[in-house]
Design a protein around this ligand. Structure first.
Ligand code: CAA
Length: 240
């Protein structure tokens, strides 16, 4: 039977590419979304992948949604924590709301989803968790104390949970994408983006599919000896 894979933020951007690549690799994919109803509906119509709307930053809503998915689709064996937002501003201009929204959606979400699936994975002695971090969590980024802190937190979270899951057949890894051609990156002011791209040795933005292929590998049975690692996919921009 095909393994059930839940992709958070799985209907747009990098998440959409991950959902499609996992489906193509034979997983029974379920995609979460929250913000953009229209994009999610069109994703569902085009791909046939079931979509579930809930706020991954909200603990109770996430527990309820995961139980619903497991009742309707089956036990979640692969979890991809991809949902993420930006609220860029320099610290002196950043509001508490901008700080908190990014921490909740990008980092607390990993606790919320993992907490909901971990008992089942431990009972079945199998799990694949892939958390999407960021180059900006490794290197920092001007205007992103919230995002860099959340993504850096994801990398620590990954290593800690990897230690807890190792003896139970659960691997936990992170991917740290660089600048990928998505709406999120295109929202960076063009003059700033130009300077960032100039510093990417490969000389271009990455493609969402290039992140998705890394996820499929880490989610596969073949990756059973890889845990607690971070795969940097960034065109050589930061070698870590
Ligand atoms: N390094 C050093 N200085 C910088 C800088 C940088 N990266 N970016 C801007 N500055 C400087 C500017 O040159 C400017 O200097 P002057 O006043 O001397 O001209 C000063 O800082 C103020 O810059 P802005 O006018 O841009 O300030 P602002 O308050 O209007 O905007 C900002 C600040 C919102 C942070 C804006 O600079 C910005 O959007 N930066 C891009 C942040 C970014 O890269 N975000 C990544 C989003 S994609 C993502 O996060 C996905 C992923 O995982 C990679």
């Amino acid at each position: 039977m095909a393994k059930v894979a839940l992709v958070t933020g799985g209907t747009r951007g990098i998440g959409e590419a991950i959902s499609l690549a996992l489906k193509q690799a034979g997983f029974n994919v379920v995609a979460n979304y929250f913000g953009n109803e229209t994009a999610a509906q069109s994703f569902h119509q085009q791909t046939g992948i079931p979509i579930y709307r809930f706020d991954v930053g909200n603990f109770e809503d996430t527990q309820a949604a995961v139980h619903k998915i497991e009742a309707e689709v089956g036990p979640i064996e692969v979890l991809i924590n991809n949902a993420g937002i930006t609220r860029d501003a320099t610290l002196q201009k950043m509001s508490f709301e901008q700080w908190n929204a990014v921490i909740q959606t990008n980092l607390t979400s990993c606790f919320n989803t993992c907490r909901a699936v971990i008992d089942g994975m431990r009972d079945r002695k199998y799990g694949r968790i892939v958390n999407i971090g960021s180059i900006n969590g490794q290197a920092g980024q001007y205007g992103q104390v919230n995002y860099a802190a959340a993504k850096s937190g994801i990398h620590g979270f990954t290593k800690a949970l990897a230690q807890e899951g190792a003896a139970k057949g659960i691997t936990v890894n992170a991917i740290a994408p660089g600048y990928i051609a998505t709406e999120m990156v295109r929202a960076v002011p063009p003059n700033i983006l130009e300077k960032i791209v100039a510093k990417i040795p490969v000389g271009r933005l990455g493609e969402s599919s290039e992140i998705a292929r890394g996820v499929v590998f880490l989610a596969s049975d073949d990756a059973g000896f890889i845990t607690g690692s971070t795969l940097s996919i960034n065109g050589g921009q930061h070698m870590y």
